[in-house]
Ligand binder design. Sequence first.
Ligand code: SF4
Ligand code: SF4
Length: 441
Amino acid sequence: MAQHKTPLLDQLESGPWPSFVSDIKQEAANRADKAAKGEIDFQIAVDCPEDLLGVLELSFTDGETHWKHGGIVGVFGYGGGVIGRYCDQPQAFPGVAHFHTVRVAQPAGMFYKSDFLGSICDIWELRGSGLTNMHGSTGDIVLLGTTTPQLEEIFYELTHNLNVDLGGSGSNLRTPAACMGESRCQYACYDTQELCYNLTQEYQDELHRPAFPYKFKFKFDGCPNGCVASIARSDFSVIGTWRDEIRVDQKAVAAYVGGEYPSNAGAHAGGNWGKFDIKAEIVDLCPSQCVRYENGKLEINDKECVRCMHCINTMPRALRIGNDRGATILCGAKAPILDGPQMGSLLVPFIKVGADNDFREVKDVIEGIWDWWMEAGKNRERLGETMKRLGMATLIKAAGVEVDARQVQEPRHNPYIFWKAEEVEGGWERDINEYRKRHQR
Ligand code: SF4
Ligand code: SF4
């Protein structure tokens, strides 16, 4: 088995952080050891990780990639889930002549049992490179490096033995992702995992049969803390919120002020932050200046609260999310490829999110957007780019949601909503009659 010299890659192991180079070397040694003992009947080249190190070193030396796209690969009936990758130096590095990536849908909230993880590793040791990425930036389990003949075998084992499906890739719905939500988190304003699972089941066709102008991502955050960063990383972002008041427990506030409870759930412990100062750490840091602390009482002007979560995160035993919970929907976030990065723009300020109606309200918004975007979107145009090109008002109409003064691209940047006279109750006729009356014409 060829062992490649990798002086440039070796430098990546020298810092204080874990290195992917060390991981690949470890797997190369593991496979060589098992092959020598005859322990595994590897289905792809034993020296796949070793050749991966070799081709990466060559890329560093040459200053260019040695991966190339060589055509579309996949499994029967699916248009996504496998990303084909080939090496342009197959003679020098036969172990990575094919190095396809398989995306596997992660469970909502990424909860695993260890026997499931063991089975994934067994499949990948036998039929792939043994290298995984937990998780890719979309959220999927990413199985790195296999050959074309293995794809159907891997697909069969994943779907029949482990009861998991391939994730999305290409111009289709990508694997939806959710925070852990109600399973463990007191801040969750709706059941993120249930919504994620329901929509994944509902939109199987959209996940596996590319028919969109470009990729489309759903992400579900249970509250504005945004643990899956849906506002920045998804075309359709659902963020939990409440529309009544933050619940305040004045006794617990006093316990924080008196030092009985550690602020920030103890996250500052060990740091030299000194005594908790409610004015400096809560009142002065509220972005909308709507918190007051006087005579030992904390008060919040909830109408002005922008749900930043700061006060709640800092004093979780004293302040709790409201009881009238639901979610805010934002659209159009994307990474910087064209026109720079973009955060999601608010589309629906508040929507009740519940399984009792099979999440129909949320699905109606989604399907309105898709119908419009599939018509109006250009090839390889993200929803956010179509929105920018044709205007937010077009999206609002397509989604069939009510116009709201909060639907602005950036807060206080564009407060104008343009109405067509015929869309207003009574329409043009009524307006003109009123005008004539006022001016006695
Ligand atoms: Fe909890 Fe909010 Fe994070 Fe979800 S996004 S895990 S609800 S803090
Ligand atoms: Fe202020 Fe944020 Fe607390 Fe609302 S959640 S009261 S905006 S600190």
